[in-house]
Design a protein around this ligand. Structure first.
Ligand code: CP
Length: 309
């Protein structure tokens, strides 16, 4: 087997070789989605369960499409119509799902550490699709793939991540992923959204957005969680946008050939202006396309590769 792991719980505990293997495998799977018949038999007979306790458009759909393109059976569990709303514990849910013999459970949950807890309850593979403010490993892998595809490398790349760093699992996974592969990462955001000691993860904390983006090769804008506005992490969306939103004026202070990423969903006019989100520097939809290939690679390396070595 090319990877000895049962689960993908985060980027923090992956080696450089494992990340590079995931990226090269994803590159090889991109071609499948360009075919007229977008299907390979690699995971025929395997069953994948998508267990999402939080909303998702991109991640859930692309895990499902990835499984189906590899001929696995994919089952989506909607928490609103599951027994979780009747008080069933995660452990009971896990044991009951395991009794149906899936090969992988893809889980998204609002609490950090839930995928790791689930992995102790079940023998099948567990894939973290986002746990609280902890990690979102498949997002970081698709971001790495998108940058590597455009710039030809990760080593030496300067990445600026701007926004709600404190609550962002996307920021955390990307800091781990990009620094492991030799990029330098700078983060910026309102003081209330910058966790003390963030530099311990290997990044630099900039004093403001202009400082963060001025030398960046890649700017990653984070979603502002408007549903949390009542917690007053910033005075108003307008104020936030003025100081930390990426618009044409701020973009003029960045490098001429900078590329722009955003994990979605986008709050247009808050963290990024519509003209920049849809403009020539934006790779937002390339990220989504690469999400399918990355998730195919994750399934392949956790569930399928052992039969081929
Ligand atoms: N990037 C991301 O996780 O998007 P979704 O919430 O739509 O899955």
């Amino acid at each position: 087997m090319k990877t000895k792991r049962k689960d993908l719980l985060g980027i923090e505990n992956l080696t450089v070789d494992e990340i590079e293997l995931l990226l090269s495998t994803a590159e090889s799977f991109k071609e499948v989605s360009a075919r007229e018949i977008k299907k390979v038999p690699t995971l025929r007979g395997k069953t994948v369960i998508n267990l999402f306790y939080e909303p998702s458009t991109r991640t859930r759909t692309s895990f499902e499409i990835a499984a189906k393109r590899m001929s696995a059976d994919a089952v989506n569990i909607s928490i609103a119509s599951s027994s979780a709303v009747k008080g069933e514990t995660l452990k009971d849910t896990a044991r009951n799902l395991e009794a149906m013999k899936p090969d992988a459970i893809v889980i998204r949950h609002s609490s950090a550490g839930t995928p790791e807890m689930l992995s102790r309850y079940v023998g099948c593979s567990v894939i973290n699709a986002g746990d609280g403010a902890h990690e979102h490993p498949s997002q970081a892998l698709l971001d790495l793939l998108t940058v590597k595809e455009r710039l030809g490398r990760i080593e030496g790349v300067r990445l600026a991540i701007v926004g709600d760093i404190a609550h962002s699992r996307v920021a955390r996974s990307n800091i781990y992923g990009f620094t492991k592969l030799g990029a330098s990462v700078t983060v910026a955001g309102p003081p209330t959204m910058m966790p003390p000691g963030i530099e311990r993860l290997g990044c630099r904390a900039a004093a403001n957005m202009t400082d963060a983006i001025k030398d960046a090769d890649v700017i990653m804008m984070l979603r502002i969680q408007l549903e949390r506005q009542d917690e007053a992490f910033f005075p108003s969306a307008r104020e936030y946008s003025r100081l930390y939103g990426l618009d044409a004026d701020k973009l003029r202070t960045a490098k001429k050939d900078v590329i722009i990423l955003h994990p979605g969903p986008v709050n247009r006019g808050v963290e990024i202006s519509p003209d920049v989100a849809d403009g020539p520097y934006s790779l937002i939809l390339d990220q989504v396309t690469n999400g399918v290939a990355v998730r195919m690679a994750i399934f392949y390396l956790l569930l399928g590769a052992s039969r081929e070595t």
